[in-house]
Write a protein that binds this ligand. Sequence first.
Ligand SMILES: [Zn+2]
Ligand SMILES: [Zn+2]
Length: 169
Amino acid sequence: MFERSLPRHLRGLLTVDEAKSDSSSVTGKVKCTCGCEKIRLRTFGLDDAGEDDWKYGIKVTAECTGCSSTHLLFDQAVHGYDGYVCHSFETKENIVYSPVICEKCGSEVFSAEICTETEDKAQFIEEVVNEYPDEFCEEDYVDAFGWITMNVKCDKCGFEKEIINLELS
Ligand SMILES: [Zn+2]
Ligand SMILES: [Zn+2]
């Protein structure tokens, strides 16, 4: 029943965990459209590779080990309150991603769980839709989420790690 609270780009990619979701946050496990839950993760902005990287926002993609398709799980420049409503980030061409590697066993295959904190719809309408009626409508509140966390679990050794814990407003 919390499926409709999911940010639109994650619909069909997350299996919502009803027990861990409520009206203020929704949690789900990443599952490719082919049914596979084993993914390779690539991130941008989490290591200190480039000193200006913060300007472009943190990005995370998942490559399915079953069918090889790549899914964008999070791009701070376009998802969440700061990127989606405030346009706080710059666009970058030719992004170089880094792989997420298990620090215990060196494997790159993980399962991942994502939690997003849902923006209050009434507040979104009042502060955003009423201010910028040409740019936003009521249903857009799902993409203006205020917080995201992402936890990954190594498929080989079971090591778990939180790779993202970000306030977005
Ligand atoms: Zn797949
Ligand atoms: Zn491992």
